[in-house]
Design a binder for this molecule. Sequence first.
Ligand code: NAP
Length: 283
Amino acid sequence: MLLLKGKPVADKIRENILSAVEDCKAKGLDLPKLAIMRAGEEPDDIAYENRIIKNCDSLGIEVKTVVVNRDIDMDEFMDILSELNQDPKIHGILVFRPLPKQLDLDVISRAVKAVKDIDCMNPINIQKVFEGDTSGILPCTPEACIEILKYYGYDLTGKNVAIVNRSMVLGKPLSMLFLLENSTVTICHSKTKDLPKVTRNADIVVTGVGRAKFFGNEYFSEQSVVVDVGINYEDGGLCGDVDFDSVSDKVSAITPVPGGVGTVTSMILLNNVIKAMKLQKKG
Ligand code: NAP
């Protein structure tokens, strides 16, 4: 069994970011800068923000954190977002979710300028993916799945792929990215009949149901390449959707949790600041 660790993939992306930052320094240009919008003092948000700031510091990406009261109204939130959209020194914008109830996520997602939308919230960026145009900012987790498979040398052309998830953050955009690689894609969900048969017959299986250790041996064959996107907490620890201990002896390759897709997703988010900066330069 080949363990498809995320770290070497993330390290390669990291090199790309570092070289872009060095390039800015050499040319005397502004450094890439990320703006984070956080509503309130939710501990999970603060922990996430601290991780991003630490990573940005190590990469040379500047960060501006905008913290607003959790009871902020929509108009005030939109005014601040508009300032960030217009600020030429801000290259990427990340709005932490979930947002408080009074804020309209749909409106806010559409308001994040598409070329600064590093978390792919704006439907303009999603639409591009569905049109087969990868010149914009791609959704981080789907891109991470593809990057891992490519890094480990998988030719995706003609491969049968089963994705167990039909959400807009994962299954739907990921199916489009696999189609662009000429894979044949089956999107599965909670109403799929005989799911184990569908996944067993696929060359590549992507799991994203959000249920700890849901996928046992019966879902896979000896040839299966498994990309586990699930992030679940069980008995105080982190685990994926796949029952790793029993499945890892059977399948051909598998991403671990933690240390798999999530590790790459985090680096892709920051690489999107570089991508965003380049898109803005193009005008
Ligand atoms: P979601 O919107 O709840 O989607 C879950 C999907 O799983 C749905 O399509 C659902 O089907 C399907 N599903 C649920 N139970 C099923 C079952 N018994 N059999 C077959 N399909 C089933 O969740 P999400 O936001 O896409 O996230 C999914 C998981 O990925 C979560 O664990 C999340 O933490 C993780 N995640 C990881 C990363 C990362 O970077 N690693 C990033 C984002 C999310 P229906 O549509 O029929 O309900």
